[in-house]
Design a protein around this ligand. Structure first.
Ligand code: GLN
Length: 295
């Protein structure tokens, strides 16, 4: 069979069940063109693909049709304006998580965090959150340190490669949550696993690392552990911010309050779902009178 035209290739992808945008992005990838070249595709409907491009495109469509995330197939995902390299070693960064970054950046703009804040990202995966924060500090010419923690050395490799490629400075620690971490921070953020281990939704996420998704029978095992450990690593007046499931805000706020956090509150994602909760740690290792409560 002769290689198809662009239009024919896209039509064939849609018969496999791919949506149009995914098919266009995969075709651009097969043609070695950037994601933002969709206008080019429209103008080249009748161009005939090379044998190789047609073959590559078909193979990628089959992977996508089987449920593999687009980001793994093309090898990258945009998060907070940063092009991150991702593969099956890490969770695909979700737009929901930008809510957590927005909140973190808002806190980092308060006077309490004005001078060289120390930020910790637990379960960094691709490095998405840590890199978005580091990028913001770096582009606004601010001092400060961002340390990325993950239990998985594979994930740390991905995060490190992203940091090098984006020329952003991060510290890295391999640790199960705060176990191997020493020192105290102004801000601890995390998008931990939070899906209940028997949740039917996990079937749809089978290509992504289960350890980054599931967390015990109610999905809160890791969040409980982080909330219990965080006070030992927060400066007085420091904040802990956690992403969680759509129905977990109340439970997470209760855990934070019970641990002694104050100003406990939640933030909504773009879909209007309470997606992150956090609180201020009032006690512990004080960093002096200059560090007022934020929020
Ligand atoms: N938000 C992801 C999902 O439900 C889960 C991410 C996580 O567990 N941290 O698809």
């Amino acid at each position: 069979m002769n290689p198809p035209t662009c239009a024919q290739a896209l039509a064939a992808a849609q018969t496999l069940g791919l949506d149009r945008l995914d098919a266009q992005l995969l075709l651009l990838h097969a043609l070695g063109k950037p994601d933002d070249a969709r206008a080019w595709l429209l103008a080249h409907d009748t161009d005939v693909l090379t044998e190789k491009a047609a073959e590559d495109f078909r193979a990628m469509c089959l992977r996508r049709a089987a449920g593999e995330p687009l980001a793994y197939i093309v090898g990258h995902k945009e998060f907070f304006g940063l092009a991150l390299t991702v593969d099956a070693r890490v969770l695909v960064p979700r737009p929901d998580t930008e809510t957590l970054v927005d909140w973190a950046l808002e806190l980092l703009r308060t006077p309490a965090m004005a001078s060289a804040p120390a930020v910790l990202d637990l379960g960094t995966g691709s490095g998405a959150i840590a890199l978005a924060i580091a990028h913001s500090l770096q582009t606004s010419g601010r001092q400060g340190t961002v340390t990325a923690v993950d239990a998985s050395s594979d994930a740390l490799d991905v995060a490190r490669d992203n940091a090098v490629r984006l020329q952003l400075k991060l510290g890295f620690i391999q640790s199960h949550w705060l176990k191997e971490v020493s020192g105290h921070f102004h801000l601890i953020v995390s998008n931990p696993p939070y899906i209940a281990s028997a949740d039917a939704h996990l079937v749809d996420l089978a290509y992504e690392p289960l350890a980054a998704l599931a967390s015990g029978s109610d999905g809160l095992d890791d969040i409980r552990e982080i909330i219990a450990q965080a006070p030992g690593h927060l400066l007085a007046g420091g904040w802990l911010l956690l992403e969680h499931g759509y129905d977990q805000a109340e439970a997470v706020c209760a855990l934070l309050a019970r641990e002694g956090f104050v100003q406990v509150q939640s933030r909504m994602d773009l879909a209007g779902i309470a997606r992150c909760s956090g609180g201020l740690w009032p006690g512990g290792q004080g960093i002096g009178a200059g560090f007022q409560t934020a929020g």
